[in-house]
Each structure stands twice: as structure tokens, then as C-alpha cells.
Design a protein around this ligand. Structure first.
Ligand code: KIV
Length: 274
């Protein structure tokens, strides 16, 4: 029998119950201290593979590994107590077969201790989503602009801009719902299409640059904090932490150079010599 912590985490069925109800609040997060700050305010924390770009300075998410996702997932789990924590499956860890996907997803769930995984793709990933969810792995699907597919799409572009593109994206949404995904991220998707898909499917949609009618919203935390010098157009910045950090570091550097830094006697008071 395990010792239960005082605080109970939000569950997958509770997230599922947000369909047509109170919007799901979701942010990405990759480390323990920020997870602690977010935890009271969000329903869902996504350890997104955007960490490759945001934390590790990569050009795309393609170089992110399962080990990186586990490491950051563990940090977020240690920092949070309440929010449901979902970890992204990185490029190359799930596309080959449902069995490979199960191997990597179960490793992520066990080693990170998270409650669910997210993977990119619609109809083409439906069989894998069914395989995982029937074996105890809750899955969030992600369609529209799928960054792991950036080379095929030819860049980070809004999807569904012409109605001719809509049937395929609607079919994707239906396929992942029928396969057992418990929520669906719609990224960089034309607003009327995202609204149609939200009406169409029985699971909550979580928009990012999609539609305010989605059943929830997600943003990359560093984008909404003003830490990204080049954020996507749809991002609303709720703070400007870039200049705040730069000013603090400048003040620190000045103190160090002018020898105005406190000595250890102020930090660890010592006994007076007899
Ligand atoms: O990796 C990520 O952070 C994501 C969000 C942008 C939805 O998938």
C-alpha cells in the first residue's frame, strides 16, 4: 500500500469532463520551480517537446529524445502536486509501430511518473492511440500544425486556411476520438475549422493559435511570460520577464565588479573570537 500525498491530482476523466464545460487551463512547463508556481492555477501541465527549442536552443523539436522528456517530466512531477502532468512523445519514439509506441510511452509514464502522454498525428496515428489507451496509457492527440512534421509541411504554417483542407483535418479529429484519445490539441489551425472540430468531437479540444471556442487553451509558458524574443503571432504576453531578467543580471554584475557583494559573515554569522 503506498503512502498517498495530501493533495490529489486532477485525473484524466476530470479533464475529459471539461467538454462543453469550464475551459481547461493548460501551460507547458519543463522544470520544478516553475511547475510549483503554475500548479495551483492550471488544470493540466504539458511537458512539451518544445523544450528542445526553449530550453536547449534547438531549431526544431526533431532532436528531442525520450531521455530528455523523462528528465524534464521528473522535474515537473517533483514541482507539482495537483495538475495533471502530460509528457510529449518525441519524434521517432512512436511512429514506427504501436508496439514501439507502447514501449516508449510506458517508459515515460514509469520513469517520469506522469499521468498521460501526447503524440502528434490524426488518422495515421489512430491505431497507435487505440493500442496505447487500451493498455492503460491515456493519450492526448495533437493535430493541425504538428511541429514534428515541420519538414514535410515546409515550415510552421497555419493549417486549414482553405475549406478544401478541412475534410482531412476533420477526419483526423474523428479518428483520434474514436481511437480513444481523451483530449485533442489543435495547433495553428484556422479559427472556423477549429470551432467546427470542437463541435464535432466528443472530447475536449485544447487550442493553441486556434479558436477561443475550444474547450481549453495551451501556451508555451516562456512565450506568455515574454521570454521569447520572436514569439508566434497568436501569443498574448502576460508579462515581460526578458527585460526584468536582463536588468537583474546587470545589477548583479555591477555589484560583483564594484565589490558590493555581501561577504559570508552576513550569511553565516560566526561566533566572536574569544
Ligand atoms: O510541445 C509543445 O509544447 C506542444 C504545445 C505547443 C502544444 O505541443
Amino acid at each position: 500500500m503506498s503512502i498517498q500525498s495530501q493533495m490529489r491530482r486532477i485525473t484524466v476523466p476530470e479533464i475529459r469532463a471539461h467538454k462543453d464545460a469550464k475551459p481547461i487551463v493548460c501551460l507547458t512547463c519543463y522544470h520544478a520551480h516553475t511547475a510549483k508556481l503554475l500548479d495551483r492555477h492550471v488544470d493540466l501541465i504539458l511537458v512539451g517537446d518544445t523544450l528542445g527549442m526553449v530550453i536547449h536552443g534547438m531549431e526544431t523539436t526533431l532532436g528531442v529524445t525520450v531521455e530528455m522528456m523523462i528528465l524534464h517530466g521528473q522535474a515537473v512531477m517533483r514541482g507539482s502536486q495537483r495538475a495533471l502532468v502530460v509528457v510529449d512523445m518525441p519524434f521517432g519514439s512512436y511512429e514506427e509501430s504501436p508496439e514501439v509506441a507502447f514501449h516508449n510511452a510506458s517508459r515515460i509514464m514509469k520513469e517520469a511518473g506522469c499521468q498521460a502522454v501526447k503524440l502528434e498525428g490524426g488518422t495515421r496515428m489512430a491505431q497507435t492511440i487505440r493500442y496505447l489507451s487500451q493498455r492503460g496509457i491515456p493519450v492526448i492527440a495533437h493535430i493541425g500544425m504538428t511541429p514534428q512534421n515541420v519538414q514535410v509541411l515546409g515550415g510552421f504554417k497555419t493549417q486549414g486556411r482553405t475549406p478544401a483542407e478541412w475534410p482531412a483535418l476533420e477526419a483526423d479529429a474523428k479518428a483520434v476520438t474514436e481511437a480513444g484519445a481523451f483530449a485533442l490539441v489543435l495547433e495553428a489551425m484556422a479559427e472556423p475549422l477549429a470551432a467546427r472540430i470542437t463541435e464535432l468531437v466528443a472530447i475536449p479540444t485544447i487550442g493553441i493559435g486556434a479558436s477561443p471556442t475550444c474547450d481549453g487553451q495551451v501556451l508555451v509558458m516562456e512565450d506568455m511570460l515574454g521570454l521569447n524574443p520572436n514569439p508566434p503571432k497568436f501569443v498574448r504576453e502576460y508579462a515581460q520577464l526578458g527585460p526584468v531578467i536582463a536588468a537583474a543580471v546587470e545589477a548583479y554584475a555591477r555589484d560583483v565588479r564594484e565589490r558590493r557583494f555581501p561577504g559570508s559573515e552576513n550569511v553565516y554569522p560566526m561566533k566572536k573570537a574569544q
